[in-house]
Write a protein that binds this ligand. Sequence first.
Ligand SMILES: NC(=O)c1ccc[n+]([C@@H]2O[C@H](COP(=O)([O-])OP(=O)(O)OC[C@H]3O[C@@H](n4cnc5c(N)ncnc54)[C@H](OP(=O)(O)O)[C@@H]3O)[C@@H](O)[C@H]2O)c1
Length: 272
Amino acid sequence: MADGRVVVITGASAGIGEALAREYSARGARTVLVARRVERIAALAESLGAREGRSLAMAGDVTVDGDMEAVFERSRAHFGAVDTVFANAGFGVDGFVETLSLDDYRRQFETNVFGVIRTAQAALPALRASRGRLAVVGSVSGYLVQPGGTAYSMSKFAVRAFCDGLRAEMGPAGVSVTHIAPGFVTSDIRRTDRRGALHDDAKDPVPTWLQMPAEEAARRMADATDRRRPELVLTGHGHVGVWVARHAPALLRGVMGVVARRGMPVRKPRPE
Ligand SMILES: NC(=O)c1ccc[n+]([C@@H]2O[C@H](COP(=O)([O-])OP(=O)(O)OC[C@H]3O[C@@H](n4cnc5c(N)ncnc54)[C@H](OP(=O)(O)O)[C@@H]3O)[C@@H](O)[C@H]2O)c1
């Protein structure tokens, strides 16, 4: 289905973004891989056919003004068009409100919210031209807030609102907007601290049986985006969480009260 199409993915150096790049490449798409760790995306692009002109690695930081414009300018110059864009780059700031600084919240928003806006705004001229697809990776945390999760959830609630508004705005232009809300997916996110530093030696606090493999998540994300679905919730526990948040908010408050008394549900590495 994606034969020859050009797919740009931010946060392609690890986890979900890397899996998306492999998935689209297997579907016959040409891929543009964006992240800060350029050696990782360069190696991935090489394995996805950089030499045959099927993949392009581009250093880009979604928190830097101008980086995403450069990505789309070069993508169009290299491949002629851009058909699908995944605003996927993100990380999680965790911690109780009383322990977090304003800078912690700002850092979270700079990547997860303003990074998505930068990506979308830079992508829209190309997507208008191709009547393309924009997918934004939010989270189940964009529907519910765990104790210790205000910064991350606020950022993901914000991108869900962004998607709802942008979807309506871009409808007449034929550009679809898919909001993706995963539950736990296998990646580096829970081994990355609130400053964005990866702790290679840290153990993922979420048991493996509760995690959806990144490859499966990527396949479902690609299917939903290719079909221009407005929304995709991933994982069984994710569906339960979103349903309870929508239909039984009092129950959710009760559960979160119990969780709060036990401490933070998912403990990430502490910054050094
Ligand atoms: N895994 C889950 O359980 C889960 C659940 C719900 C939602 N999500 C969302 O899924 C998305 C992908 O996360 P993941 O789980 O795959 O985590 P991950 O394995 O830690 O990967 C995060 C990716 O984002 C990139 N990134 C971070 N900050 C960036 C910046 N300023 N500029 C450009 N790229 C940046 C990283 O690349 P560099 O460090 O090389 O720049 C990396 O490629 C995030 O939006 C996350 O919130 C994940």
